[in-house]
Design a protein around this ligand. Structure first.
Ligand code: NAD
Length: 418
């Protein structure tokens, strides 16, 4: 995964004419931390997990990035996702660097009290390197507002009242209105911008979405409200297909009750992977990384892929699709809505002032549409695919900030500093 992120980075670095030494500096994380988390299980035994936090870059501000609880979590994942966060916050042009972390565990096998102990022990072990002006975690796969509340509480026990240490908190505990749906909302705005360039509207398209968690389900709800027809949906329990359109509000009710899309009566059950290759105008991968590979990329029928998940395409799949003229809205642009509203939440926490939901939505819309326009115009003017354009824009912003701090200045191409 890190290899893929670095390959995309290198394409932008080629375009920007960066030296090997500058590339090395920009690719290398500032700090990599691995901790051993030993906690008591409910039956009196022991749990033993590894926790990670990779802080990639602080050139543009305090580092920001989610915490993922998943059996596949390791240093490579954390490093790749941390570097994506650096480029994502730069594309959105919000004053943050990038970090990521998590715990190698399967939360479906843990009780709430076990999860609580694992989370608070993790905070104790990394408390010196996080903080409102250092590194601010947030939710990611299998972590949620409740877990963020525990993190705030555990950190505050050491350092005093610190709501700004973590974002994605519950609205009743210093969270922001609109955070939970923010990533899905951002997906909607960038898709709308992309379609408008093609003379189309959200109501004109059919959509397939892989993953129906926080990001996938909120994107689906908001797009369906604007008339997009969802023909296929999948999650870990399986896939659904209905050419006439899946009733998204009814599916949301079903998933709340049954904890998965499987068995939903308003569509045919299909293998989950079929959702990636079914007939639809737009494909939204919103689950985990590397869902589309060179093998199944050949079968993708959508003309637009919106990367709601991080790294859902391998580099090979990306190149196959771009070669076929498919428009790919890359992760570092498409899913930046979450970190953008996290930034609003952090700003509100620091000022002890709450924004109304309407203001959150309005400011998010401005940032997402502007980010899309910045990337699309570089893509058009420099004949770059959208991903290389997004990375180039981001790397340029990070290099400029690092140069102003004098942490990288020597031998930079003058065009980068202008
Ligand atoms: P989540 O845990 O809420 O949901 C993940 C969803 O993916 C679930 O519906 C799960 O069933 C499904 N899934 C897992 N494996 C699958 C498979 N093999 N096939 C089909 N579905 C599968 O996580 P989330 O927060 O929605 O995150 C999803 C992606 O979006 C991740 O890549 C995450 O890094 C990225 N992301 C999340 C946010 C955020 O604000 N939550 C922000 C930016 C990016």
């Amino acid at each position: 995964m890190l290899e893929t992120t670095n390959l995309f980075f290198n394409r932008a670095a080629d375009y920007l004419d960066l030296t090997e030494q500058h590339r090395d500096i920009l690719r290398t994380p500032n700090r990599v931390v691995r901790v051993e988390i030993i906690t008591e299980s409910d039956d009196g035994g022991l749990h033993h997990h590894l926790g990670y936090r990779v802080q990639h870059s602080a050139a543009r501000g305090p580092m920001k990035g989610g915490l993922r609880y998943h059996p596949s979590m390791d240093e490579d994942h954390a490093a790749s996702l941390a570097s994506l966060m650096t480029w994502k916050t730069a594309v959105a042009n919000i004053p943050y660097g990038g970090a990521k972390g998590g715990i190698n565990c399967d939360p479906s096998k843990l009780s709430e009290s076990e999860l609580y102990r694992i989370t608070t022990t993790f905070v104790e072990l990394i408390k010196e390197i996080i903080g409102p002006t250092r590194d601010i975690p947030a939710p990611d796969v299998n972590t949620n507002p409740q877990i963020m509340a525990w993190i705030m509480d555990a950190y505050s026990k050491f350092y005093g009242f610190s709501p700004g240490v973590v974002t994605g908190k519950p609205v009743d505990l210093f969270g922001s209105y609109g955070r939970e749906e923010a990533t899905g909302r951002g997906v909607m705005y960038v898709l709308e911008e992309c379609l408008s360039d093609q003379g189309r509207k959200l109501a004109d398209v059919t959509v397939a979405v892989q993953g129906f968690g926080n990001v996938g389900s909120n994107a689906a709800r908001l797009l369906a409200e604007r008339g997009s027809r969802f023909v296929a949906v999948s999650d870990i329990t399986g896939g659904l297909y209905n050419e006439k359109g899946i009733d998204i509000p009814a599916l949301l009710d079903w998933v709340r009750e049954h904890r998965g899309v499987e068995g939903f009566p308003g569509a045919d059950g299909v293998p989950g992977d079929d959702v990636l290759t079914c007939k639809a105008d737009v494909l939204i991968p919103a689950a985990l990384e590397e869902a589309v590979t060179v093998d199944n990329a050949k079968g993708v029928q959508a003309g637009i892929v919106v990367e709601a998940a991080n790294s859902p395409l391998t580099a090979g799949a990306h190149d196959v699709l771009v070669g076929r003229g498919v428009t790919i809205i890359p992760d570092i642009l498409a899913n930046a809505g979450g970190v953008t509203v996290s930034y609003f939440e952090w700003s509100q926490n620091i000022q002890q002032f709450r924004w109304e939901e309407a203001r959150v939505v309005e400011e998010l819309e401005k940032i997402m549409r502007r980010a899309y326009r910045d990337v699309a115009s570089l893509s058009a003017s420099a004949s770059l695919d959208m991903r290389t354009a997004a990375f180039a824009l981001a790397v340029k912003r990070v290099v400029k900030a690092a140069a102003l701090r004098r942490s990288v200045r020597q031998a930079l191409p003058p065009a980068l500093l202008g």
